[in-house]
Design a binder for this molecule. Sequence first.
Ligand code: 5GP
Ligand code: ZN
Length: 113
Amino acid sequence: MNDCLFCKIAASEIPVQIVLETESALAFRDIDPQAPTHVLVIPRKHFADAQEIAQHDPKLAGELLALAAQVAEQEGLTNGYRIVTNTGSDGGQSVGHVHFHVLGGRSLTWPPG
Ligand code: 5GP
Ligand code: ZN
C-alpha cells in the first residue's frame, strides 16, 4: 500500500493540481488529459477499486460521486460530462487505488475507443 501512487498523492508526497478537496476525498487534474477537463476523484483512504469501496464503504463511494458532481459544476461543464471508473484489467485500470475520472469540455463518443 505504501507503494500506491494515489496514496502518495493523497499524502502530498507527489505534487498535483488540486481542483477540490474534502476531509475524505481529493480531486486533481489528470497528468495526461483526454479532454479539456479531466479530473480524477480519489478517496484519501486506500481501496483497490470500485468493487472494494462499494463493498466496504458505500458511504464514501457516494461522497466521491458527490465530489465528482461538484467538480463538474466548478469546471462549468453545463453541456454535460462523463464519470468513468475503470475496474480491473479488462476495465483498463492502470492505478490500483479507486478513482473516478471526470471528463468534459468536448463531445465524448460512446463507446470509447
Ligand atoms: P486508470 O487508467 O487507472 O483508469 O487511470 C489512471 C489515471 O491516472 C490515468 O488517466 C493517468 O493519466 C493518471 N495518472 C497516472 N499517474 C499520474 C500522476 O502522477 N499524476 C496525475 N495527476 N495523474 C496520473
Ligand atoms: Zn492507495
